[in-house]
Design a protein around this ligand. Structure first.
Ligand code: FAD
Length: 392
């Protein structure tokens, strides 16, 4: 069966559905193709099932990219307020959780249903589940061969996302299409991912389950967020955020007690105190953690008055300036996003179109624009999808 559309969108996730609905409502004849059986699984599982759908503070500084100014135009033309207006039209209730992060009150399914309704309002046609076999240029437009027949279109939008969570349908389709048309791809790597340590060197594996607010630095990244100690390594928002700045071989620097200058406090506590070092430290940190740190500093069982200044300073450094080198990450199996992707220097920032391939657009996570944790990645999906939807 051969059909002709104005626009074919490949990938029915956040960016693809946003793009299709905008283009459809502008009167374009749009077809969306997706190979997955379930629709928009990443939206459904996002934000613990409540979808952290945007961040009120979203701006270019919250994104990683080799071309950091690229996202500016699209983010300015479709803002968190625009998305909130869309939610209001659909009567979807939401709340702010933390640092501008907005979540659905009810369920992430609200967002999926809203995007489907917006596509219906634009008379968008669907083929799913359906595999795309080939994409080729023809005459003035494009030929898309699918397992359900061939489709012709003036514009094709690649919205197939990143590589994270392959078991729910993530593929490298978008990167392969870019390479097929000589569009450069920045080497992809997992982002917003727990970091791991070699067996035996996992920091504090025996403290698995402890969470605390820390300050964390690596390269240009600095965050004050919760850290979670796990059996395999470190996780929690602080680690997910910093993982996007981390490359193999880099050390992390963690301040376990950012509001306390621990060396001064320990030295001051020596005066006349009969307490053991561990009791002093356990005022500030979970007891199990205090015991381990004090033991590692060689101060187990020691009254603080008898502890040497050097040993106390070393203990303080292990709390205020803990330095450690992860050996790897949990990879795409656990990563929330993919860093890298289609090089935006080859794309037009207003239309998301490849400069060298008229009519071929890329939107969402497939591109080298990756947000921090906290709703930024969906905001990029909406903003880039909108930009392409207005252009096709
Ligand atoms: P996707 O939403 O991944 O959609 C891509 C679509 O393309 C999928 O439907 C897929 O089936 C389809 N596809 C892939 N390959 C092919 C192919 N070969 N042929 C046809 N179709 C194909 N971000 C936030 O901002 N807030 C959050 O709360 C949040 N939580 C997350 C939680 C988890 C567990 C994960 C994994 C991610 C989370 N993210 C969150 C990130 C966010 O989900 C993504 O950045 C966002 O979904 C990207 O949108 P996209 O449309 O580019 O890609």
């Amino acid at each position: 069966m051969t059909e002709t559309f104005d626009v074919v969108v490949i990938g029915a996730g956040a960016a693809g559905m946003m793009c299709a609905s905008v283009a459809g409502q502008r009167g374009r004849r749009v077809l969306v193709i997706d190979h997955a059986t379930a629709l928009a699984e990443k939206i459904r599982i996002s934000g613990g099932g409540r979808c952290n759908f945007t961040n009120l503070q979203a701006g270019p500084a919250n994104f990683h990219s080799e071309n950091p100014h690229f996202c500016r135009s699209a983010l300015a033309r479709y803002t968190p307020q625009d998305f909130l207006a869309l939610l209001a039209r659909h009567g979807i209730a939401w709340h702010e959780k933390h640092k501008g992060q907005l979540f659905c009150d009810d369920s992430a399914q609200n967002i999926i249903d809203m995007l489907v309704a917006e596509c219906s309002a634009g008379n968008v046609a669907w083929r799913r589940p359906c595999k795309v076999e080939a994409l080729q240029r023809e005459n003035e437009g494009w030929r898309v061969d699918t397992e359900a027949g061939t489709v012709h279109a003036a514009s094709v939008v690649i919205a197939t996302g990143g590589l994270s969570i392959p078991k729910i349908g993530a593929t490298d389709f978008g990167h392969r299409i870019a390479r097929q048309f000589d569009i450069p791809v920045i080497a992809p790597r997992p982002g917003l991912v727990p970091l791991t340590f070699d067996a035996g060197s996992a920091p504090f594996a025996e403290l698995a389950g402890i969470a605390l607010e820390v300050e964390l630095t690596c390269n240009a990244g600095f965050f004050r967020e919760d850290l979670l100690i796990t059996h395999r390594g470190l996780s929690g928002p602080a680690i997910l955020q910093i993982s996007s700045y981390w490359t193999p071989g880099d050390a992390l620097r963690i301040n376990l007690l950012p509001d306390l200058k621990v060396d001064s406090e320990l030295l001051a506590a020596k005066n006349g105190a009969r307490q053991h070092v561990v009791s002093v430290v356990a005022q500030w940190l979970p007891r199990r953690m205090a015991e381990l740190l004090v033991e590692r500093a060689g101060l187990a069982g020691r009254p603080i008055a008898e502890a040497g200044d050097k040993a106390l300073r070393q203990l303080a450094a292990s709390i205020n300036q803990w330095e450690l080198k992860p050996s790897g990450s949990e990879g795409y199996r656990k990563a929330e996003v993919t860093l890298g992707g289609v090089d935006t220097r080859a794309l037009d920032q207003k239309t998301m179109m490849a400069r060298s391939q008229p009519g071929l657009h890329f939107v969402g996570e497939v591109m080298d624009v990756t947000g921090w944790l906290g709703g930024y990645n969906f905001q990029w999906a909406w903003a880039s999808g909108y930009a392409a939807g207005m252009a096709v």
